[in-house]
Design a protein around this ligand. Structure first.
Ligand SMILES: [Zn+2]
Length: 81
C-alpha cells in the first residue's frame, strides 16, 4: 500500500511505521527534488561540512549526524528555518 492511496490511516501502520515512513521520505525527497543543489542539506549544525541523515531513533524520525560524537540532532520536521 502506498501512502498516497485513498484511505491510508497512520493507525493501520506498524508501531514504527509512521516514523520509518517519515525518515524514508525525508531521505528520498531531496534526491529528486534538489538534484541541482550542491550544498549538503540539511547541514550539520555541529560540523557545518556535511549533511544530516534521516533515521528512525526510537519511534521518531530524526535528523542524525553520523560522525563520532554526533547522533540525533532534531526531529524531522523540526529543523529551524
Ligand atoms: Zn555532524
Amino acid at each position: 500500500m502506498s501512502i498516497a492511496s485513498v484511505g491510508w490511516d497512520p493507525d493501520d501502520a506498524p508501531p514504527d511505521g509512521l516514523a520509518a515512513t517519515t525518515a524514508r521520505l525525508a531521505y528520498e525527497i531531496p534526491d529528486f527534488a534538489f538534484d541541482d543543489v550542491l550544498e549538503p542539506w540539511p547541514p550539520c549544525p555541529r560540523h557545518h561540512d556535511h549533511p544530516l541523515y534521516p533515521e528512525v531513533r526510537g519511534k521518531r524520525a530524526m535528523w542524525v549526524c553520523r560522525r563520532i560524537g554526533g547522533g540525533p540532532i532534531v526531529e524531522v520536521g523540526q529543523l529551524p528555518a
